[in-house]
Design a protein around this ligand. Structure first.
Ligand code: NDP
Length: 291
């Protein structure tokens, strides 16, 4: 027996969410401001609601994935009383503060609230490899886990509804840093006629080693002690000179490595030169400047 689900918002992402639910046999009701976007889903058996009120009323579980929180409030506010007794799972991207505020607003209308962050692009929806992060009451998450598993691998982070957005921001930062580092390296080897397709398999293997460094450094960060018995910040400040020099000589933009070097130097000035790279956290934290 499959739970009935409503999906509000049928953009690139919302359409894939509804599609994954249909694939798993969930009776699915959909609503979108632009009505035509419901048509391909209706052709596959989804019920197109004509109003947000009809959409919310149709199912005990309501997923929302629209542009931003402002849009979601503008859709829900006129029909707020229809939320009573429902579970709203908000997969719209926003800040932790917006998630906490939305949770309070939804609860004030008698509904349960989970906030979610989708850690994939639309083609990855429905794949059990892709993470969907959730925060909000654990019991509500557990009750709906089987349905949420239709979308991807559901991970519950915290009862605090803001945590999914906070993790989302942290993970996107990691993604952008990593992708920019990869493109910088690609430009560097590309200056010597190496195609990206030759460099990238080696870069991906290197990321596996880098993942090992993160795993080794995490307990150091938690302990606030960074024994530099593998590679010190001092050694890495010397090593980054080679990257700067190689990029400079090939006309490759050096803004990223300059930033990395100056961050390592700030850690050195703060007394962490003989620590492992994990000691850099001391200058990234808000309190870092005062220490
Ligand atoms: P789209 O631009 O494809 O879809 C935006 C959705 O918001 C549409 O359903 C659109 O309706 C609706 N919308 C916009 N303005 C209004 C409004 N004023 N009133 C009513 N509805 C409105 O974006 P995505 O589907 O890609 O993204 C949706 C959310 O998912 C965003 O918060 C995004 O950050 C998040 N997300 C997206 C990922 C991705 O890879 N695409 C990955 C992870 C999260 P209409 O069709 O009528 O314009």
């Amino acid at each position: 027996d499959h739970q009935a689900v409503t999906v509000i918002g049928l953009g690139s992402m919302g359409s894939e969410l509804a599609s994954a639910l249909l694939d798993r046999g969930h009776p699915t009701t959909v609503w979108n401001r632009t009505v035509e976007k419901a048509r391909p889903l209706a052709d596959r058996g989804a019920h197109p609601a004509t109003t947000p009120r009809e959409a919310i009323t149709a199912s005990p579980l309501v997923l929302a994935c629209v542009l931003d929180y402002e849009v979601l409030r503008s859709v829900l506010e006129p029909v707020a009383e229809a939320l009573a007794g429902k579970v709203l799972v908000n997969l719209t991207s926003g800040s932790p503060e917006q998630a906490r505020e939305m949770a309070g607003w939804v609860r004030s209308h008698g509904a349960d609230y989970l906030d979610g962050a989708i850690m994939t692009t639309p083609p990855g929806v429905g794949s059990p490899e892709m993470m969907f992060l959730y925060s909000g009451p654990h019991a509500v998450f557990e009750a709906h886990r089987p349905t949420l598993a239709a979308l991807g691998d559901p991970l519950h982070l915290s009862d605090d509804p803001g945590m999914a957005s906070l993790y989302d921001a942290a993970l996107l930062g990691l993604m952008w840093s990593t992708m920019t580092g990869w493109l910088h390296g690609t430009a560097l080897v590309g200056a010597e006629k190496t195609p990206a397709t030759a460099f990238t398999p080696i870069a991906v293997r290197w990321l596996t080693a880098v993942a090992g460094f993160l795993t080794a450094y995490a307990p150091q960060v938690d302990a606030g002690r960074y024994p530099g018995d593998d590679a010190t910040i001092d050694v890495q400040i010397a090593a980054i000179e080679h990257l700067l020099h190689a990029a400079e000589a090939r006309g490759v933009d050096n803004a990223l490595p300059e930033l990395l070097k100056s961050t390592m130097e700030r850690a050195k000035v703060a007394g962490h030169g003989s620590d492992s790279f994990a000691g850099v956290i001391e200058v990234l934290r808000k309190s870092g400047d005062q220490q």
